[in-house]
Write a protein that binds this ligand. Sequence first.
Ligand code: FRU
Length: 470
Amino acid sequence: FDFDYNEKYRPLYHFSPQYGWTNDPNGMVYHNGEYHLFFQHNPYGSMWGNMNWGHTVSKDLKKWEYMPVAINPDSLGTIFSGSAVIDKNNTAGFGKDAMVAIYTSAGRIQTQSIAYSLDNGRTFTKYDKNPVLSDLNFVDFRDPKVFWHQGTNQWIMSLATTQTITFYGSKNLKEWSKLSEFGEGIGDHGGVWECPDLFPLTYNGQTKWVLFVSINPGGPNGGSATQYFIGNFDGKTFKADNLPYPLWLDYGRDNYAGVTWSDAPDNRRVFIGWMSNWNYTNHVPTVNFRNAMTIPRELTLVNNGKHLVVANAPVKEIAELRRATEKVSDFTVDKTYTVDRLLKDNQGAYEIEMTVKPTANFNFKLINKKGENLKFTFDLAKGSLIVDRSNSGISDFSDNFASAEIKAPLVKKDTYKIRLLIDKASSELFINDGELVQTNTMFPSEPYNSLVFESEGTIAVENINIYELK
Ligand code: FRU
């Protein structure tokens, strides 16, 4: 079929489905030089429904190649979110190095099923004794994320079980037994718990375990968002450290259901999220497709000046997408300062990199000729970073979209290193290497092409580069 890359809001460097709908990223696994990304997909239309696993692969996390739909619905149900692993020791008996997908069969009830591929994810065969895990006590029982736990020599599954995450163990991916349950009385419970991911990160040479839990609704700015916990996991039980929960991976309104790759090289922990929000996603004004993923991000543990957080910053490969560069000389803002033109030929896909040294509250806006703008306010006095998309472009498709303030707690610092990635209809703001992140979509009627600063005092803006990204 024919499809139009020039469609107005089609991203240039983010993954979006060729045709039809996507929500959650699924089954992310690195194997034989390829990053596999499967995704919740309606191949027949651009609203949620008929869930299949779509499939795309990338060698470099920059360009994505479309592959045929990987897993189709069957008598057990449609195919909801889940993960994939490489079975290096053939524990399941499907073959050495089989790629095994573990997903939710969403039928009359939700159960967990598996399917395997012996040809690098090109085709999958469903296990003939599916489902491999069911529990009639739960209505919301889904999104299995599986990894091999060296210490206890078993597969561990994290599963969303309504208001908790339940961990299961297995020797062969086929028989699962309950290990423990986490979540009662801790974190945000404003909505259903979904899409968990449990993985290790090192901090100061020490292994810590991080548990992601997406929640919808209940996000800090309404609707969908991903909270996380930092703690320890002994192969059976996850214990959270004493931190000011809920902690949110991204305070923007459009980063949901994200999880990390299995077996990424160099021990990297690479994340991708779905760049939308259940509040309004079925109505966003695209035509042939709906929704895109975030850029791939590398996760690390850092101290933000107050406590440990999970930082998420663009993977290093993203810098290789930089094309035409506009270098802007350092300037000081004394009340206002305008950078008239970002790029000569602005296709709406670019990055702004800059260092701001504030002495007082300030904001900057991206603006187009129609006056539509996306505004970022650093309120040092109140300790908040606010994104305002109320006048960012088309927003009348949903009452829930343009709510004025999208807020995040901001730790006061002498210097903010800023990277702002724009791709037609999305903005990803990274502060201090991903210590604080806001991802928000917007639908301007033409690309924003100037940058206007306002400040309540004198502030220095340095190392400003504007890069076309492609
Ligand atoms: C999260 C989610 C998952 C579910 C999938 C269905 O966005 O609700 O819990 O598996 O979407 O498409």
